[in-house]
Design a protein around this ligand. Structure first.
Ligand SMILES: Cc1ncc(COP(=O)(O)O)c(C=O)c1O
Length: 458
């Protein structure tokens, strides 16, 4: 283990010592309650190994079938279906309240995290001269939304840089100072996309409330991988995607709002529910496909029945603890560089390793590397880019096995290292030195995020 790997993920499982080399336990593939293989619940094509659950998720087959049944019901009597849609969506809120960790009357459905964050940013009611804060870990599309809204209202967005290894206390100290200046709002990630780190959102919500500043929490990655994720987070708004770790359908997310803030909170699609209170005005957003909302309930409750969410969460973390070491060892041995990075508060469900050389150092290159890994090497994984450095973001879910990451270490890592040498030449010291000298590693000036350094789409 290299010098940089001083902080262990909080969720590390038992470690045993063997010839001075540390190995986390190699978990056996997860089993369902009936003893069958958990992976058999999904329909993933084995032509690719999918180790990127954090981006688009994956839906179990029993829920896919349930959704098809809802679609057939809708197609059998479309008018009857739409007349009942808002009532059924409201029932789906009740069914999911315990999973989200708040009462059904405190959250509404939105088609995705982007819609939830856009609606929340609009509800800030920015005025000319206002300032809204984001960090340099914010999801690119959400930062764009803040910028567009600010531009239209003569307000400004200020980007607060937070170091990757910043502890909860360091984050609170830095953002506490920024909040004391009473900005019009603060947008914070519960778990960041490009850096796979958490932020202390519950404590930040208290701090923001003390200063009277609305806190908007982008918790796109939290549902599923955290138990009752919105519980105890007294933010103005909190948005979580259900298509990621909760294994629901794409197009299904939730928006939790505090009572006062909710008064000005409207869906991005105005429709007949306009004059209803929050959250029922979110239950009908025009002629949409509501089957993802309904079948997502089946996905979540069905996984509890068949495997159990506590077992899934424990498995994800132990598998990531093991597999991150396997992949990091392979990267370090092949590249002669240090892939492990200190992440202040590692996000559950995901781990970050630095790519060798300047591989993935720009957004377009990171996307290209990700595409080539899929097309040429048969793995679906995430390559991110942050402050001019490329990262491999590993994720796991119930269907993954230790073998997925061992194969990645064996089959993909040597190719990644050879790609890194093609772009930079075989000189790791020079590559690392250049990285620290390069202007692209500098913290971007507020409002100056260049197109090529945008976080990669997920
Ligand atoms: C932190 C974060 N916020 C927002 C989003 C946007 O999610 P969606 O594309 O579902 O709107 C993502 C997507 O991965 C994300 O990771």
């Amino acid at each position: 283990m290299g010098a940089m790997a001083t902080k262990k993920p909080e969720t590390s499982v038992d470690v045993e010592s063997d010839d001075d080399v540390e190995h986390n336990h190699r978990p056996e593939p997860l089993e369902a309650r009936d003893g069958s293989a958990a992976a058999a619940l999904w329909s993933l094509n084995t032509r690719w190994r999918h180790i990127n659950h954090g981006s688009f998720g994956a839906v179990p087959v029993f829920a896919q079938l349930r959704r098809m049944a809802y679609l057939q019901e809708a197609e059998a009597a479309p008018q009857r279906w739409f007349m009942a849609a808002s009532t059924r969506v409201a029932q789906a809120r009740t069914d999911l309240a315990n999973f989200i960790g708040v009462d059904a009357e405190h959250f509404g459905f939105v088609p995705n995290a982007s819609a939830g964050m856009t609606a929340s940013i609009r509800a800030l009611g920015l005025s000319a001269g206002d300032e809204i804060l984001v960090t340099d870990h914010a999801y690119g599309a959400v930062a764009f939304s803040a910028k567009r809204e600010a531009r239209e209202r003569g307000a400004k967005v200020r980007t607060v840089p937070i170091e990757l290894d910043a502890s909860a206390d360091e984050v609170l100290a830095k953002l506490g100072k920024a909040l004391a200046k009473k900005p019009a709002g603060l947008v914070i990630d519960a778990s960041s996309s490009s850096t796979a780190r958490e932020f202390p959102v519950a404590a930040l919500a208290e701090l923001a409330a003390k200063h009277g500043v609305p806190l908007l929490v982008d918790a796109a990655h939290a549902p599923g991988v955290k138990h009752r994720p919105a519980e105890g987070v007294a933010a103005s708004a909190w948005v979580g995607n259900l298509h990621k770790f909760a294994c629901g359908f794409r197009g299904t997310a939730v928006l939790v709002a505090e009572k006062g803030f909710a008064k000005n909170l409207y869906p991005v699609i105005d429709s007949w529910g306009m004059d209803e209170p929050f959250p029922s005005r979110f239950d009908f957003q025009g002629t949409l496909d509501y089957t993802p909302y309904l079948a997502t309930v089946d996905a979540i409750t069905g996984l509890e029945d068949r495997i159990g969410w506590d077992a899934i969460r424990a498995y994800i973390e132990s598998l990531l603890d093991y597999s991150t070491e396997v992949v990091a060892d392979a990267l370090d041995a092949a590249s002669g560089e240090e892939s492990r990075v200190v992440v202040g508060m590692p996000a559950p469900g995901m781990r970050l390793l630095r790519l060798p050389g300047t591989l993935g150092a720009t957004g377009p290159q990171a996307n290209d590397v990700r595409q080539r890994i899929t097309d040429e090497l048969g793995f679906e994984t995430q390559i991110t880019n942050w402050r001019g450095t490329g990262y491999l973001r590993l994720a796991a879910h119930a269907y993954n096995s230790a073998e997925d990451y061992e194969r990645f270490a064996e089959d993909v890592v040597p190719t990644l290292v050879s790609w890194s040498r093609q772009t930079y030449g075989h000189n790791p010291d020079a590559a690392l030195a250049a990285r620290t000298r390069s202007p692209s590693t500098a913290i971007p000036k507020p409002g100056s995020v260049r197109a090529e350094s945008r976080p990669t789409l997920e």
